[in-house]
Structures are given as C-alpha cells and as structure tokens.
Design a protein around this ligand. Structure first.
Ligand code: AMP
Ligand code: ZN
Length: 118
C-alpha cells in the first residue's frame, strides 16, 4: 500500500522513534509546531478518524494509553494536547490515522486557535 506512515512503521522510511508497542508507534513530527510534537499512530492502517469502527476502536484506546505513558516518561507535568485532523477542512494531509501529541508550551484555546484559512 502506498502509505507514508505504513512505510515508516515498516522501517522503509526513517523516523525518530519515541515509543513503540504491539499496537502503536510514536515518532517525532518532521515539521514540529511546538517544542514537543510527536505523532502516535496505530500499526494497523486506518485512513482517518472517520473510519474508526466497533472492530478497530480498541486501537484508539491504545493510542491514548501510549500518550499517557509518554507524558509520564517525559514529564509533561504542565500538560499536553492530543489532536487528530480528519478530512479536508481539518487539513489532514496523511491518510493514516494519527494523533498529534503536543507539549512544552502554553497553548491557546478558542476560535482563534483553529488557525482558520478562510
Ligand atoms: P496532518 O496534517 O494532521 O495530516 O498531519 C500530518 C503530519 O505528518 C504533519 O504534521 C507533518 O509534518 C507530518 N509528517 C509528514 N511526513 C512526515 C515524516 N516523514 N516524518 C514525520 N512526520 C511527518
Ligand atoms: Zn497506512
């Protein structure tokens, strides 16, 4: 399958690994928007949040388990944010379900934090 993140999981494309277990892989985002910007992805290919089903939703729980473990291990004691972009309006560019894990900066919240383009 021609999927960038499947290739990263397979080791065909290099990545800066942060964490890995049976279900998920976490690596550094190549274009960070925060001091800490990781991506957590299920090892199974799911194209995005709109394709989460009763059969695969356990993987989303595994992603959040990993996020909590990483946050503890790396000491994000001031907090962190987990985001998934789904579809065109949200700006999804890679069609393999991924969760951005952001930390290390005080983040805004509200309409202005959307980064609207129009
Ligand atoms: P999204 O826009 O939500 O689909 O997020 C895709 C993310 O993947 C972006 O933040 C990119 O910077 C990141 N990205 C793209 N290619 C790579 C790569 N080869 N290694 C690490 N991160 C990547
Ligand atoms: Zn994939």
């Amino acid at each position: 399958m021609d999927c960038l993140f499947c290739k990263i999981i397979a080791g065909e494309i290099p990545s800066a690994k942060v964490y890995e277990d049976e279900y998920v892989y976490c690596f550094k985002d190549i274009a960070p928007i925060a001091p800490v910007h990781y991506l957590i992805i299920p090892k199974e290919h799911i194209s995005g949040a709109s394709e989460i089903t009763e059969e695969n939703s356990m993987l989303v729980a595994k992603v959040f388990e990993a996020a909590a473990k990483i946050a503890k291990a790396e000491g994000f004691e001031n907090g962190f944010r987990v985001i998934t972009n789904c579809g065109e309006d949200a700006g999804q560019t890679v069609h393999h379900l991924h969760f951005h894990l952001l930390a290390g900066v005080k983040m805004g919240w509200g309409p202005e934090s959307l980064g609207k383009t129009e």
